[in-house]
Design a binder for this molecule. Structure first.
Ligand SMILES: [Zn+2]
Ligand SMILES: [Zn+2]
Length: 193
């Protein structure tokens, strides 16, 4: 997993579009995008992200409209099983010609006339990751008393009502909420351990 290219795999040259307002081209770029992870969802380092999009030259810069696709791993919030799930995310993003115009809402064309589609792909995928993934909509989860996977066995214990939207919170270490860390920081801590 160490073959990290010096140039981002998903950067695409748009020099010919910059000289022709109104011009557009279709691009399909495929490659690894590092650091795609939340505490409950991630992309394996060797998995390739595909960006399939139309790049259009507009007054403010370049408008990229299309889809980002990747196979992700999700940890079920109820039974903790890890499942593969395809992520297909629609994108419509502006890449500003002047880097000073780039902010939270927009990216910038690189100095060598390429656009960093990897940055766009990373943001789109991480935002699309569910906060509380489920292995399947009717996952029975783990027994609250003995921890048995209730999809596999019936341990016979009575379960209290638990709102699935809050199930993920039950897994959080109380220490984390006291320290006020964001989920991103929590993940970094995990990687360093
Ligand atoms: Zn599950
Ligand atoms: Zn039980």
């Amino acid at each position: 997993m160490s073959k990290q290219a010096a140039t981002p795999a998903l950067a695409v040259n748009v020099r010919e579009l910059l000289k022709q307002p109104g011009a557009h081209k279709h691009v399909v770029q495929r490659g690894p995008v590092p650091d795609l992870a939340t505490p409950v969802a991630w992309v394996e380092p060797e998995a390739e992200v595909t960006v399939d999009a139309e790049v259009e030259s507009v007054v403010e810069g370049l408008l990229v409209t299309g889809q980002v696709h990747v196979m992700a791993k999700l940890e079920c919030a109820r039974c903790l099983r890890v499942v593969d799930q395809e992520q297909l995310v629609d994108v419509r993003e502006l890449f500003a010609l002047d880097p000073r115009d780039a902010d939270d809402d927009c990216y910038a064309v690189l100095r060598d006339d390429r656009i960093p589609l990897d940055a766009m792909a990373r943001d789109a995928i991480v935002l699309a990751f569910p906060a509380a993934p489920l292995c399947r909509p009717d996952c029975a989860g783990l027994c609250q008393q003995c921890g048995a996977d209730r999809n596999l066995t019936d341990c016979g214990h009575q379960q209290g009502e638990i709102d699935p939207r809050w199930a993920a919170l039950a897994d959080l270490d109380p220490d984390d909420s006291r320290s006020g860390q964001t989920s991103e920081q929590r993940h970094v801590t995990r990687l360093e351990e």
